[in-house]
Design a protein around this ligand. Structure first.
Ligand SMILES: NC(=O)c1ccc[n+]([C@@H]2O[C@H](COP(=O)([O-])OP(=O)(O)OC[C@H]3O[C@@H](n4cnc5c(N)ncnc54)[C@H](O)[C@@H]3O)[C@@H](O)[C@H]2O)c1
Length: 325
């Protein structure tokens, strides 16, 4: 039997040791493309049995030239860099890893919430500039008894909820697509979006980016929030209209914001830069040394499952497998 070959289009990992260890179980050789140009990727992927990919665009044209490929496994949650339609047409299953960083993102959302409410970055920069004074951070409100509104109640916010509750925060959530039992089991109140905006002291966004959530947080929405409210976004940048947020902060319609994601990444200037009541982190919510190990291992395990003729855990086009079953 010919040596199995797994191509890697691009990688953010320091090395591919974990993926190689997993793939060695099926005797597969791993070959990483030297750069993410389509021709270079095809150089390793054209005759590969599987492709692992991170951010590189895997177009229909490329997929049609991959003669032996059975699976395209994404190192990550979203699969928007892969032409799923073309993969489906060629009978190639596309998989993702939806659960490698849910501890990290939920921790990051809480860290942003606490940093905002306790004004840590502002107080820290003040002290480093030689000012040791309490009046500058006034007002700070008590967390216990405050309300956190979660927009979306999927995997990540379901982990935010118990963490917030341990601080005495009341948690409500808006997610029109999940059964009420899930809210009940989590001890979280299900509310309509308008109600969430009205009662929340902090609003944390956890919905996916889709046509219906693009600019979901706009001028009209900021007008409905409490003037003392804080906005936290660890989901996707375009869910928040950046200009409308800057205007809302100028007009004191809300008190501050903490963002791990921006409409354009990396941002080239932003009306949100330089504000003491805005915290921005460079899309690092997902990251810990441990989450990267999980991600690499789980994406490679999907390849092993498919090569072994088993069902992958997280296919995005499972109809391909039903067709071949
Ligand atoms: N910043 C980062 O590093 C990072 C890392 C991982 C995930 N994310 C983002 O976080 C988001 C949430 O992750 P998750 O694992 O909880 O996702 P998930 O897929 O488990 O849940 C998404 C939830 O959003 C709900 N939803 C869909 N449309 C909605 C709408 N219009 N209003 C309210 N809710 C809606 C769905 O019903 C679902 O329950 C992801 O979509 C991803 O974009 C960011």
């Amino acid at each position: 039997m010919a040596q199995l070959l797994v191509a890697v289009s691009d990688s953010v990992f320091p090395n591919l040791d974990q993926a190689r260890a997993v793939l060695s179980k099926v005797g597969a050789e791993v070959r990483l493309a030297a750069d993410a140009k389509p021709e270079t990727i095809l150089g390793v992927a054209r005759d590969a049995d599987a492709l692992l990919t991170t951010y590189a665009k895997i177009t229909g044209d490329m997929i049609r030239q991959m003669k032996r490929c059975r699976i395209i496994s994404r190192f990550g949650i979203g699969v928007d860099n892969v032409d799923i339609g073309a993969a489906t047409e060629r009978g190639i299953v596309v998989t993702r890893v939806p659960d490698y960083c849910i501890d990290e993102v939920s921790d990051h959302a809480m860290a942003l919430l606490l940093a905002l409410v306790r004004k840590i970055p502002f107080a820290n920069s003040m002290v480093h500039a030689g000012r040791w004074e309490m009046p500058a951070v006034v007002p700070i409100h008590r967390l216990r008894g405050s309300v956190l509104g979660l927009v979306g109640f999927g995997r990540i916010p379901q982990l935010v909820a118990p963490k917030a509750k341990s601080f005495g925060i009341r948690v409500v959530a808006y997610d029109p697509y999940i059964p009420k039992e899930i809210f009940a089991r989590a001890g979280v109140e299900s509310v309509e979006f308008a109600e969430l905006l009205k009662i929340s002291d902090y609003v944390s966004i956890h919905s996916p980016l889709m046509a219906e959530t693009q600019s979901m947080f706009n001028a009209e929405v900021f007008r409905e929030m409490k003037p003392t409210a804080y906005l936290i976004n660890t989901a996707r940048g375009p869910i928040v209209d950046e200009k409308a947020l800057a205007d809302a902060l100028d007009a004191k319609q809300i008190a501050g914001a903490a963002l791990d994601v921006m409409p354009q990444e990396p941002p080239s200037g932003s009306p949100l830069f330089g504000r003491p009541n805005v915290i921005i982190t460079p899309h690092t919510s997902f990251y810990s040394e441990e989450s990267l190990v999980d991600l690499q291992t789980k994406a490679a395990e999907e390849v092993v499952r498919v090569i072994d003729g088993r069902m992958p855990r997280n296919p995005v086009n499972p109809e391909v497998l039903q067709r071949t079953a």
